[in-house]
Ligand binder design. Structure first.
Ligand code: DC
Length: 229
């Protein structure tokens, strides 16, 4: 069967990663969470004095961006890939609210995006990859054979994220998450470099009222249509 590239873009916490990971597992493709890469750069910045209050020392980050190496390794316990920053597993750290609050301005920096896009294109050069993010279908893999753009209401997305963090034992408030999500949506859609937008040839999926299982079935159907064309 021919191997293709699958790009799954959309708003934060709309279930992109879950559906992308599940599909990759089912069809034996590599799964890459590109948001984890921007989160890892943010964590690096927090740990290396690049944030001064809310200000970012862009000069310092630009000098150090070449030293930031991000990779993924399958975690045998979860069956899913964990994110490594310069060889250290940072999967839990990058999911914290501190990182969530700081990631958007980092992801808006052109030199950061350039470095991450280059790493992402390298990871996908042999196809057989499912990558999720904000600009995968528009910038990273504009020629992807299957592109999906996922959306859901902010309230539903905040609820899903709230439950996910609560399950992990993190103390967070629903309103704080909703506010953070609205801010990130705004920055992601309005930044100058690669703003979040649906590629013209992407299929739109609004999963507000869908179960994970329904989503999974829908996505597999789209995949089968493309590979059997
Ligand atoms: O999907 P996520 O919430 O883990 O993404 C974290 C941040 O990274 C989010 O604010 C948007 C940004 N991002 C991006 O700009 N481009 C991508 N391809 C993926 C994520």
């Amino acid at each position: 069967m021919k191997k293709i590239t699958i790009a799954i873009d959309g708003f934060s916490s709309c279930g992109k990663s879950t559906m992308a990971k599940d599909l990759a597992y089912e069809i034996g493709y590599i799964y890459i969470d590109s948001g984890a890469m921007y989160r890892a750069v943010t964590l690096y910045s927090m740990e290396h004095g690049i944030f001064q209050g809310n200000q970012i020392n862009t000069e310092k980050l630009q000098k150090e961006i070449g030293n930031i190496h991000i990779s993924f390794q399958l975690n045998p316990e979860t069956g899913r890939p964990d994110t490594y920053l310069n060889g250290i597993n940072v999967e839990d750290k990058i999911r914290s609210m501190e990182v969530a609050f700081r990631v958007s301005p980092i992801a808006a920096l052109e030199f950061v995006r350039k470095a991450m896009v280059a790493q992402q294109q390298e990871m996908g050069k042999n196809k057989g990859i499912v990558m999720d993010g904000r600009d995968i279908g528009t910038t990273v893999f504009p020629d992807a054979e299957l592109k999906i753009f996922v959306t859901a209401t902010p309230e539903i997305r905040a609820q899903r994220r709230y439950e996910e963090l609560k399950d992990k034992g993190q103390k967070v408030s629903f309103n704080e998450i909703l506010e953070n999500m609205r801010q990130r949506d705004f920055i992601d859609q309005n930044r100058e470099v690669s703003p979040l937008r649906k590629a013209d040839d992407a299929l739109l999926l609004d999963n507000t009222d869908m179960t994970i299982f329904q989503q999974k079935e829908w996505l597999e159907e789209q995949f089968n249509k493309v590979v059997n064309e």
